[in-house]
Design a binder for this molecule. Structure first.
Ligand code: NAP
Length: 242
């Protein structure tokens, strides 16, 4: 359970972030959704009974202002879930440098920004970081050069920061979802051929719903995970076992 826990969830307006915000609120946490989508975000926050703050995770100063503002208002920060991310389905030869930089700036820099801004506050309360990665951070994702590189970077970053801050009792873990039904994947999953590929490639024969990812994120954020750090855990219907 997450009573007495102040948590920031980036990219929490929709998809996996939204389901995570709902799970955290259900478990008693005081949640701040931080998202670039300032239309859906406030509505969702009010539905769930939490707060919304606008934030572009690719901009460090904005992230630091967000984190410091939450700590100023709440008096503490226990958990940051670095979930905001963007999709990209381009192979190396077809990819522009602009696309590469944009994917890395949100998916990899964004995780570093959230972690760095939160770290001093997490050290004070022996809090934790949960990064949302991907099976494509553990394996090469077909047609997804920048996305796979960004997620692979986060997988290793998670282990590295976990090692450095274990002595301060700050735990750092990652969750690697397989394909999940969210706005990010909606168009892909509507392509019959791609849907068939996912079914064929996934031992459980189907994509996940966001509500199947959120409980592990909540578990990793809770005291029940007190001896888990530096772990990157697949929630993938068996994809990486295959
Ligand atoms: P989603 O449906 O696209 O939702 C992501 C949210 O993050 C959106 O509200 C988006 O706003 C926001 N966002 C995008 N760029 C941002 C930025 N620079 N700063 C702050 N917020 C930003 O994504 P999802 O599928 O729930 O994915 C969540 C995380 O899980 C991502 O890191 C993704 O890579 C990872 N993941 C997803 C899947 C999957 O199959 N869905 C699988 C493995 C891993 P806008 O909509 O306005 O851009």
């Amino acid at each position: 359970m997450l009573e007495d826990t102040v948590a920031i969830i980036t990219g929490g307006a929709v998809g996996i972030g939204r389901a995570t915000a709902a799970e955290f609120v259900e478990q008693g946490a005081d949640v701040v959704i931080a998202d670039i989508d300032d239309e859906t975000g406030p509505q969702v926050a009010s539905e769930l009974g939490c707060e919304f703050r606008t934030c572009d995770v690719s901009d460090y100063d904005t992230v630091e202002t967000l984190v410091d503002g939450v700590v100023e208002d709440r008096g503490r920060l226990d958990v940051i879930v670095n979930n905001a991310g963007i999709g990209s389905e381009t192979s190396l030869g077809d990819m522009s440098l602009e696309e590469w930089r944009s994917v890395i700036s949100v998916n990899l820099d964004g995780v570093m920004h959230g972690s760095k801004a939160a770290l001093p506050h997490l050290i004070e309360v022996e809090g934790c970081i949960v990064n949302i990665e991907s099976i494509y951070g553990l394996r090469g994702g077909r047609g997804a050069a920048a996305y796979s590189a960004s997620k692979g970077g986060v997988v290793n970053f998670t282990q590295q920061v976990a090692v450095d801050y274990a002595p301060e009792n700050v735990r750092v873990n990652g969750v690697c979802p397989g394909f999940v039904r969210t706005p990010m994947t909606q168009a892909l999953l509507e392509q019959g051929r791609f849907y068939e590929f996912i079914k064929r490639r996934t031992p459980m024969d189907r994509p996940a719903d966001p509500e199947e990812i959120a409980p592990l994120i909540a578990f990793l954020a809770s005291d029940a995970a007190s001896y888990i750090t530096g772990a990157n855990i697949p929630v993938d219907g068996g994809w990486t076992a295959f």
